[in-house]
Every structure is written in structure tokens, then in C-alpha cells.
Design a protein around this ligand. Structure first.
Ligand code: SF4
Length: 367
């Protein structure tokens, strides 16, 4: 197994749009968490990982010593001898990035940080229940660079409610001024039982229509591509050579192993996922039980549909060989194109990815 994901479930509060599996804690139970993760990892087959990804939750809430210990125990000796050959990503919230933390993370092997910036507008950040202000984002980027971590990704959210009067172009400008190596752009979605869902149910806010979603996505696409960023996946753009190797492994259907509550694993045919809640996961490990909640094995047909969906999410697209072929209506509308002998979505196509995958899969089934 070459790709390892570690889920760190803790957050200091819940963001207004977030439905992830998190545990809101003022004080992170560091010892219990590290112990549980290492217990689960004991069953891991020995492997030379190419990528390690600390995702959450808020992994940057873990003290640097805990991150260092996990990496030391989980990575085989060979990896410590050649740390530059693997990609080790830490998701961090800007307020956790101090010069000391950045230095310690770098010393323990972290060489890529994904910062949850979301916006450079303080009113928007408050509305999102984020715990940082805009000034902290730039300060975090500089602290990381001074510590020797140059591979930095920024997350931004677009398509926010009208009443926030968010200036999306200004946010893009501010992000680009920092010249991160990578940007992830997500449209706001309303997930059940989130604060945002409740605000919408009582009429206190509403999300913008599809038109504005598309307009903001295409604005970002144009702006970033003129600045040398390449959209290598529907929501992810990078400078040349800085694609996320870890996430690219997911999108190309490679096997991966996940540890921690709610973590998923995939061995090439079967997907397993752990108990979502931190307490349930911790209790299962402490009692010597498996933390796996359930698993599914995809049928050949499901696997093929997933392969098509994942391929079309990326700029690799599908090889232009039978059974897939360009459908005239999709190319005429400018949603798909044939480039380098492959069938790919255009940015307009990425906006309607689900229906495109449906159409070309049905077309294949009909032949
Ligand atoms: S910090 Fe991330 S994981 Fe935690 S509540 Fe906010 S969006 Fe969710």
C-alpha cells in the first residue's frame, strides 16, 4: 500500500457549512488519539509509502511532537533515509501555523501544507464560524516558507449567499498574491444538519443559484489559468509539478489505507470505512475490536462507472478507445473535447460532470 491517510477528527468549533466527522474539543486528547492510531496501525502491512496525508478535522491541533511520533512510528526506516521522495501533507488552519510549529513540522517530515483559508474577508470568515481572520492566512504562508515548506495549498470556498456581498475576484487576487503552489476551490453546498442548513430552513439565508455558481467557477478557472495554474481536477489547480500526489492516487483508483475515525481504505476491489465518531472508534480499539464499521465490494459495472467518473474529474480524461467515444451533443455544446487522443471535460463540462458521466455511460451500455 503506497498511500496512507490519517484522520484527525478534532476541531475547536464546527464551521457553519461542515458536516465532516469531527469531535469538537477545547483540549485534544492527544495521548489517547496517538495510542489508538498506533494500535490500529499495528495491523498495517509493511509498505513504502509514497504519500502520507493528515486530514481532518484539524490535524494542526495536534502538538508537533504527536505528529513527529506518528510519522516516526508509521513510516519505514527507508522512508526516513529519503524523506524528499515522499509527499507528506498536513491540513492546517491558519491560526495554528506559528513559526515554531512550522519548523517542527518540517523537521518531522511534513513537506506540504494545505491551509484552510476559505476567504480573505473577515465578515465572511465570521459567518463561516472560522477561527482565523484574513491577516492570519498571509502570516501562515510566510511562516511556512521561512521554515522551508514551500509546497502550500490554499482552500477557498465560492458561491456564498448574496447578503455576504463577498467579492470573489478580490479573494482570488489576494490568494494569488501569496503565490501558493496549489489551490482547491469548493462551491458551498448545504449539508443536512449543519448550522447553514438550519439557517436556510428558517429563511435566514439562501445559497445562490446555479448561474452564479457557474460564473464564479469559470471566473476562477480563467483567472488561475492565466497565472500558470493548471486545473488538473475539477476543484484543484496547481503550478506545474505541484499536483497533490496523494489526491491524484484517489482519482486514479489506486489502493490506499486510512487510519483513524471515519477513515476509508481501498485495496483495489473492496472499500472499508471506520466508525465515524471518535468515541466509538476509541472504544473499539481499546476493547481490541476492529474499528471497521462496514465495507463494500463494487461490482464490475460499479467499478467501471467509478473509473469513468474519476477519470473525467481530472484533466487526464478517458482514452479515446472503445467503448467510449465523443458524443456529438456534448462536444457541440462545448462540454467535452478530444485532446491528445483523450476525451476530456472542458470547464463548462466540469460544471455538469454528473450528467455527462450518466450520458456517456448510458451510451456505452446502449452499444
Ligand atoms: S475546521 Fe474543517 S473539519 Fe473542522 S469544522 Fe471547520 S470545515 Fe469542518
Amino acid at each position: 500500500m503506497q498511500h496512507l491517510y490519517l484522520h484527525v477528527p478534532f476541531c475547536v468549533r464546527r464551521c457553519s457549512y461542515c458536516d465532516f466527522s469531527i469531535a469538537v474539543r477545547k483540549r485534544v486528547p492527544v495521548q489517547e488519539y496517538v495510542h489508538a492510531l498506533l494500535m490500529e496501525a499495528a495491523a498495517l502491512p509493511e509498505g513504502d509509502f509514497q504519500t502520507v496525508y493528515f486530514g481532518g478535522g484539524t490535524p494542526s491541533l495536534l502538538p508537533p511532537e504527536a505528529i513527529e511520533r506518528l510519522l516516526r512510528e508509521l513510516l519505514p526506516r527507508t522512508t526516513h533515509d529519503a524523506p524528499h521522495t515522499i509527499e507528506v501533507t498536513l491540513e492546517a488552519n491558519p491560526e495554528d501555523v506559528t513559526p515554531d510549529h512550522a519548523k517542527a513540522w518540517r523537521a518531522s517530515g511534513i513537506n506540504r501544507v494545505s491551509l484552510g483559508a476559505q476567504s480573505f474577508d473577515d465578515t465572511v470568515l465570521k459567518w463561516m464560524h472560522r477561527s482565523h481572520d484574513a491577516a492570519r492566512i498571509g502570516a501562515a504562508v510566510y511562516a511556512l516558507r521561512r521554515a522551508g515548506i514551500d509546497n502550500i495549498s490554499l482552500d477557498l470556498i465560492f458561491a456564498l449567499p448574496d447578503e455576504l456581498q463577498r467579492d470573489w475576484e478580490r479573494d482570488l487576487d489576494m490568494a494569488l498574491e501569496l503565490r501558493p503552489t496549489h489551490l482547491s476551490l469548493y462551491g458551498l453546498t448545504v449539508e443536512p444538519r449543519t448550522p447553514l442548513d438550519r439557517w436556510i430552513s428558517r429563511g435566514a439565508t439562501r445559497v445562490p443559484d446555479d448561474e452564479r455558481y457557474a460564473e464564479e467557477y469559470l471566473t476562477a478557472y480563467r483567472r488561475l489559468t492565466t497565472e500558470d495554474y493548471q486545473f488538473y481536477e475539477v476543484s484543484n489547480a496547481s503550478l506545474p509539478g505541484f499536483q497533490s500526489r496523494h489526491n491524484s492516487a484517489y482519482w486514479s483508483g489506486k489502493p490506499y489505507r486510512g487510519l483513524g475515525p471515519a477513515a476509508h481504505s481501498f485495496d483495489g476491489t473492496t472499500r472499508r470505512w471506520n466508525l465515524r465518531a471518535w468515541e466509538a472508534y476509541r472504544r473499539a480499539i481499546a476493547a481490541g475490536r476492529s474499528p471497521v464499521e462496514s465495507e463494500e465490494t463494487l461490482t464490475d459495472e460499479e467499478r467501471e462507472l467509478e473509473r469513468v467518473y474519476l477519470a473525467l474529474r481530472t484533466d487526464q480524461g478517458l482514452p479515446l478507445t472503445a467503448p467510449y467515444r465523443p458524443l456529438p451533443p456534448l462536444t457541440a455544446q462545448g462540454w467535452m473535447e478530444v485532446r491528445d487522443g483523450r476525451l476530456k471535460c472542458t470547464p463548462e463540462g466540469w460544471l455538469r460532470l454528473d450528467s455527462i458521466v450518466n450520458e456517456i455511460s448510458h451510451d456505452r451500455a446502449a452499444h
